[in-house]
Design a protein around this ligand. Structure first.
Ligand code: ADP
Length: 490
């Protein structure tokens, strides 16, 4: 008998275009489509948020409904479905939990995530045309699903063959709750083995910890970060688990949406360009200098920062040397929102910079694209970076990244080698403000003094393949390892 394809249910709290608050939304929006191409039969499960745009909501159809037990509660759960870009999406419906204006940030997030995780597992028996081989969970929001699967559904034939994969996108958020939820919501207080794996110190439980202990395979979003999180500096107090389970821990670098970020075709850019004809990039630079109130000068290197203004993104290094940085013949433009102290500092420096610096404190996707296209360099001196997308996006526009060698930044940027001319950007290892500044100055000098070397770096950067195909193949290989009896993916 011919082997059938591996079936994967990909569970996430957000996915573009239905709900996005960060990188997880991008990944869950792109990876399933790429997985289909490798011969994996993937379906995606999301909450049915009230804020999902009407154009999608109106096309959803009802699949089934049932009740989910959550401690002493018995809670309604509907399942709706919608096919989008070739992928079948299921939406877990409960007005009380998901009929709200935002995805996160409510006092009962623990209960909401526990409901979602239990509903995912419960729903498997209501999808007869999709006997699931792999349940792929993402971050703490779905981390309890592998726990529930083993503790409540073990022994039911349908569930016997379901393997679990858990991907960590952001270790900072772990779902730490008071341990009353163990009995009241999770129904696991009387299960000492489960309780001990979920407990984190006295009086607290940690949802992420549960997922990390119960899943068959763990992944994170870059090979370097997969190593770093075994160390206390990056491990957010879960390093012991990553060390203990290192034989089933994999790092897979994210991709980017190469159609969405495309200097050759985007409607909103003032001019288009490709690797072989970059004349349009100069037009983009002049236009963005004008838009940002910077001096319109093609010869001054324009450095941009695009992202959350938090200490994770290395804002402390920037703060330390900003005054000194601006004495050099460069321009700096920042687009982002975040901690008030950084927002205010950047605005203050921009005001007094006489067209050398611009601080745009808002979320503006159009401007982000114009900055990626018009800039010469992107600065990303992160303290830690599980993957990072901005550096990969910038390379697509021939904008050379200047990064700290950590996590996904280390894995995606090849530092300039002055002897061979190789590289796709610039990097430094030490978390030190002056090391960052001198790396930037060296890059700015190269830009001005050696256009040939700079152009070669731009060629290299634009030739990089950051599409999702590579990552999808790596995930498919992991699923295949869990189910060798199924058809081998392409
Ligand atoms: P994060 O840690 O926030 O997920 P990433 O670099 O992985 O950082 O991804 C951030 C994404 O959000 C990138 O696509 C970046 O262009 C975009 N982004 C971040 N801040 C802004 C902003 N203020 N305006 C527009 N886009 C932004």
């Amino acid at each position: 008998m011919a082997k059938r394809k591996i079936r994967v249910l990909f569970a996430s709290f957000e996915a573009v275009p239905f709900m996005k608050t960060g990188g997880l939304g991008d990944v869950a929006g792109s990876l399933p489509q790429a997985l289909l191409k490798t011969g994996i039969e993937v379906r995606v499960m999301l909450p049915n948020f009230r804020t999902i745009p009407e154009q999608y909501r109106s096309k959803m159809t009802h699949v089934t409904d049932f009740y989910v037990s959550l401690g002493w509660r018995n809670v309604y759960c509907g399942v709706e479905k919608l096919r989008h870009n070739g992928v079948l999406y299921y939406f877990i419906d409960n007005e009380f939990y998901f009929g709200r204006d935002k995805a996160y940030g409510y006092f009962d997030d623990g209960e909401r995530m526990a409901f979602f995780s239990k509903a995912i597992v419960e729903s498997l028996q209501y999808l007869p045309d999709f006997p699931c081989d792999v349940l792929h969970c993402n971050d703490w929001h779905t981390a309890l699903a592998p726990v529930f699967l083993r503790e409540f559904y073990q022994g039911i034939p349908l569930y016997e063959n379901v393997k679990t994969v858990m991907t960590v996108h952001n270790l900072k958020f772990q779902g730490e709750m008071s341990d009353y939820v163990l009995g009241d919501i999770l129904g696991l207080a009387g299960n000492p083995a489960a309780a001990s794996q979920l407990r984190e110190g006295p009086g607290a439980v940690n949802f992420m910890k549960g997922g990390l202990c119960y899943s068959d395979i763990l992944t994170t979003v870059s090979p370097s970060y997969a190593e770093e999180i075994k160390d206390p500096f990056y491990g957010e107090q879960l390093e012991d688990i990553f060390r203990r389970r290192s034989s089933i821990l994999y790092g897979i670098l994210n991709g980017i949406d190469t159609k969405l970020f495309d200097p050759a075709s985007e409607a909103d850019l003032p001019a288009h360009f490709t690797a072989s004809d970059r004349s349009g990039k100069a037009v983009c630079k002049a236009a963005v200098q004008k838009e940002l109130g910077l001096v319109e000068d093609p010869d001054t290197p324009l450095i941009v920062m695009i992202g959350r203004l938090t200490s994770q993104k290395g804002l402390d290094l920037v703060r330390h040397v900003l005054g000194e940085l601006l004495t050099h013949p460069i321009q700096l433009a920042v687009l982002g929102t975040g901690d008030a102290e950084y927002e205010n500092l950047l605005k203050q420096f921009a005001w007094g910079s006489h067209g050398k610096m611009s601080a745009q404190i808002r979320f503006d996707e159009g401007l982000a694209h114009r900055m990626y296209a018009g800039a010469d360099m992107l600065l990303m001196p992160s303290l830690f970076e599980p993957c990072g997308l901005a550096q990969m996006i910038s390379m697509r526009y021939g904008t050379l990244p200047v990064v700290r060698e950590t996590g996904g930044l280390k894995d995606s940027v090849i530092p300039y080698n002055q002897y061979t001319g190789e590289g796709t950007g610039f990097s430094f290892a030490e978390y030190n403000a002056h090391t960052m500044m001198f790396t930037l100055f060296a890059a700015a000098d190269l830009y001005r003094d050696d256009p040939k070397a700079w152009n070669r770096l731009m060629d290299n950067a634009m030739a990089q393949d950051f599409s999702w195909g590579r990552a999808a193949k790596e995930y498919a290989a992991i699923y295949a390892r869990l189910h060798p009896e199924r058809k081998t993916p392409a």
